[in-house]
Design a protein around this ligand. Structure first.
Ligand SMILES: Cc1cc2nc3c(=O)[nH]c(=O)nc-3n(C[C@H](O)[C@H](O)[C@H](O)COP(=O)(O)O)c2cc1C
Length: 277
């Protein structure tokens, strides 16, 4: 009887309908929150499974201007057989997707609704990264942006497997380190729906990818954004969970040849173009 009159109140009166709507909204908010909590706990377990390796703190000053980095950035596919230093790797990871605001933990790359759908890994080759007293163990490392640390996810040199997965592009085999960006699409699609998938996540990736390019250039390193690879193969090599999709592989190394654009060269280019219009 009580249930019937409650139901009648909820369905038949405007106040009841509003109360029912509010209750439904609250229930779905709680469900989403619990869902997120669950995802977060699982992800944290996965991240900290192998022990954390704290990276040197990133530098916030450098000697190369933004203009110089923009002018001298090229996709670099040939590297010297030399390791990166742990400081260089630290700086690249921070530039890619590190923390640049400490109230809300905002990042170096803009992100639609600050949802930060990307994850970042470093595939480190044998003797690929020099530390103070030796080399970082070869392996696949997960980047924890908030503690600026790495977690070893899989020991071993996976560059050859990654090279095969990337249609045998030799720069993936030869680079001492490859950064791999992945995306957890639902972080963005739950807010923006399909537009999040088709537009915002790729845009977020572009921003972070360009950060890697510019930071690499400023450090005298070279990189190339590699989008051509077999998704399933890369997911298998990185042991990605089902909700994570690999998007970019960015091999990084010391360029065999350096690229420099001079102002004179650029001005002459514009003058030639202007003369033929
Ligand atoms: C979405 C995207 C995917 C790319 N995929 C590859 C790739 O699989 N292999 C590669 O060698 N370069 C790849 N590139 C790099 C482009 O070839 C390169 O940016 C272009 O030739 C212009 O040269 P620049 O980067 O030196 O200006 C990719 C670039 C973008 C933006």
């Amino acid at each position: 009887m009580l249930r019937r009159s409650l139901l009648k109140f909820l369905v038949a009166t405007p106040l009841g309908r509003m109360a029912a709507g509010l209750a439904a909204a609250l229930a779905s908010a709680v469900a989403i929150y619990l869902d997120l909590l669950q995802i977060d706990v699982k992800r944290r377990d996965r991240e900290t499974g192998g022990g954390e390796l704290y990276l040197p703190y990133p530098r916030l000053r450098g000697s190369v201007s933004v203009e110089e980095a923009l002018a001298n950035r090229r996709s670099v596919r040939e590297y010297r057989e030399e390791p990166l230093t742990i400081e260089e790797l630290s700086q690249l990871l921070w530039a890619a997707y590190g923390i640049s605001e400490t109230t809300h933990g905002l990042r170096t790359a803009p992100s639609a609704g600050a949802q930060y759908p990307l994850e970042l890994y470093a595939v480190v080759g044998e003797r690929g990264v020099k530390t103070g007293d030796g080399y970082l163990a070869a392996g696949i490392y997960y980047y924890n942006a908030h503690s600026h640390s790495l977690t070893l996810r899989k020991p071993g040199d996976f560059r050859e497997e990654l090279y095969h997965a990337a249609l045998e592009q030799t720069w993936v085999l030869k680079a001492p380190v490859s950064l791999v960006f992945t995306a957890v699409y639902h972080r963005t699609t739950r807010v923006y729906g399909e537009r999040g998938r088709t537009r915002y996540v790729p845009m977020d990736l572009g921003h972070a990818g360009q950060n890697v390019y510019l930071q690499a250039t400023a450090l005298g390193l070279g990189t190339v954004a590699v989008g051509a690879f077999y998704d399933e193969e890369v997911s298998r090599i990185l042991d990605l969970p089902p909700d994570e999709t690999p998007l970019y592989i960015m091999p990084v190394g010391r360029p065999l040849l350096s690229y420099r654009l001079t102002e004179k060269e650029l001005i002459q280019y514009y003058q030639r173009r202007r003369a033929t219009r």
